[in-house]
Ligand binder design. Sequence first.
Ligand code: ZN
Length: 242
Amino acid sequence: MKLAIISDIHGNLEALSSVSASIEGQDVDRIVFVGDAVGYGADPVGVIEMVRSMADVAVVGNHDYVACGKEEPSYFNVYASRAIMWTRNRLSAADTDYLRSLDVMVLVGDLTIVHATPLNPLDWDYLYTVEQAAVNYEAFATGLCFIGHSHVPGVFCMDGEGRVSIGDTDSLRLEEGCRYIVNVGSVGQPRDRDPRSCYVIYDTEKRSVDFLRVEYDVPAAQEKIMRAGLPPQLATRLAIGV
Ligand code: ZN
């Protein structure tokens, strides 16, 4: 089975359209969405519509959670906060209901899917270090856990002895007896200084996890953000991938 795993689209329809075209060329069996359809970008409604038709499995992200009114943006920075209030005003009741219906954490076979961390998913913590990864391994039982949230692709491996290390994001091959936490990066607002959209293809037979980068029409997405009156910083960052 071949899976495409996408995350952190953040209202960027140009990015999602390019990634969708790329996925079509990959002959995948299932598409998994790891959260944050909305927030920051100017096309929340178009992105929700597309995610609903594409994704076979989906979890909620922290921006989705605030957009649908389950939480207030008290911990958001000023740009994120302004964008999420703008987003709330654009969603239909059906859009909001869809976001409200999403689970925080989903288990499918040997996969755990959660936006932030398996340990306390609703605390929306970031997972950057081996130490943070080590405590999170205790919170899920599957061989593989896909996360997003930081917008930075990354891999943690835990060997049979419980030692956790940083893994390879170029060509990851899953080893027998090891367990993995994979951050799939971001479709709509990459922050690893590569402005191209990022997503993952997981092949269960080859036991391979590949990170793909896709170019999209950045100027078009930027222009929509400016025209919507959203903070200009949300447009400029797309060109540099931060
Ligand atoms: Zn995000």
